[in-house]
Design a protein around this ligand. Structure first.
Ligand code: GDP
Ligand code: MG
Length: 370
């Protein structure tokens, strides 16, 4: 696309304007030196002079954004829910995540070795669920500040012996701002002094009203330590994800969000991606934030090499030219040249922005790690 005047084209082709005008006349087009030429005429003239036209890659972020919203309804299929666990410090988020992974993921896995890639999947009643292992608050703040919404369902962990605390409120605010459904996990039910009724009453103030109190919020009483209620929690997640009718199109090029990324001594830049739509393949030309490359190798949450990965799947990839950031979006391009051009122009824009901005404190730094 783009246009040139006769004079500009002449300059590019190292010809005199009169030669171009003569060629145009022979093609039946009358033109002056300052006349704009359309793409077709430019191509014709180039052919006449035996010049090969290389299409210029134009990077338009709006075009890129638009590439992610064009699925036909008939191409959409059910996809697993992506779940984030949130709540006050010490209320049991990490213990719950570990418990679910240990009881569900390692079942039947040779050696029971699971690699930590920042997210994992489990199966409940033949339905997959994807759990994000990243700090719940960071997942919401840094990712949402970049327009990326990765979470479908928030699990709000509240210790039954402690009740609603400051970070409980914060978590509720994040989930509500993101308009994601909340399931309340009333944890530490094994402890003396566990008081689930108090938790239910305290949460009414935040419009999280249990069925017992006439509301619709799902509360699951559980213990991350002895495993009580874990199955029920997983069943409720499946129930909510069915109500949400989560869908994606596995037949399109993949896009999604970076969960975490680092520089590995041996493998170079390594990024854990959550595929939100489409299917990612080894060999795909990809732009990840300001970085780009071809997917060299992909590893799933069980540490296994995979060649393809579909919607809601977390995978770790190598092959990028640089380390992207958590919360960066990624997108596969059919054309490697275009991927490189987009990646390079973004990196350039970032360099320029960094030069002109002063240091900022990252929100993530202010929040606890899960
Ligand atoms: P986080 O800060 O929310 O990630 O909380 P942790 O998972 O690190 O748990 C904080 C402490 O509470 C640890 O000592 C856990 O062993 C303990 N804990 C977590 N869940 C339970 C539970 O269901 N019952 C009991 N008794 N202790 C728990
Ligand atoms: Mg923790």
């Amino acid at each position: 696309s783009g246009s040139l005047t006769v004079g500009e084209l002449a300059e590019k082709l190292n010809k005199d304007s009169s030669e171009i005008i003569k060629k145009l006349m022979s093609l039946g087009v009358m033109a002056t030196k300052n006349q704009d030429l359309d793409a077709d005429s430019i191509e014709l003239i180039c052919e006449e002079f035996n010049v090969e036209v290389e299409e210029e890659v134009i990077v338009d972020e709006t075009d890129i954004e638009n590439m992610t919203f064009d699925d036909a309804p008939e191409d959409l299929q059910e996809r697993p829910a992506v779940v984030t666990i949130m709540g006050h410090v010490d209320h049991g988020k990490t213990t719950l995540l570990d418990r679910i992974r240990d009881t569900k993921v390692t079942e039947g896995e040779a050696g029971g070795i699971t690699q930590h890639i920042g997210a994992y999947q489990v199966e409940e009643n033949d339905k997959k669920i994807t759990f994000l292992d990243t700090p719940g608050h960071a997942a919401f703040t840094s990712m949402r500040s970049r327009g990326a919404q990765v979470t479908d369902i928030a699990i709000l962990v509240v210790a039954a012996d402690d009740g609603v605390m400051p970070q409980t409120r914060e978590a509720i605010n994040h989930a509500k701002a993101a308009e994601v459904p909340i399931i309340v996990a009333v944890n530490k039910m094994d402890k003396e002094g566990a008081n689930p009724d108090r938790v239910m009453q305290e949460l009414m103030e935040y419009e999280l009203i249990s069925e017992e109190y006439g509301g619709e919020t799902i509360f699951v009483q559980m213990s991350a330590v002895n495993g009580e209620g874990i199955d029920e929690l997983l069943e409720m997640i499946v129930l909510v994800s069915e109500m949400e009718e989560l869908k994606a199109n596995p037949g399109r090029p993949a896009y999604g969000t970076v969960i975490e990324a680092e520089l590995d001594k041996g493998r170079g830049p390594v990024a854990t991606l959550l595929i939100q739509n489409g299917t990612l393949n080894v060999g795909d030309a990809i732009v990840v934030g300001n970085t780009h490359g071809r997917v060299r190798a992909m590893v799933n949450d069980l540490g296994r090499r995979v060649k393809t990965a579909g919607p809601s799947t977390p995978v770790e990839i190598t092959g990028l030219n640089n380390v992207p950031q958590a919360g960066d979006r990624f997108l596969v391009f059919e054309d490697e040249k275009k991927a490189r051009s987009v990646g390079e122009s973004r990196a350039q824009a970032q360099l320029e922005a960094e030069r002109s901005s002063t240091a900022k404190v990252s929100l993530d730094d202010l929040f606890e790690q899960i």
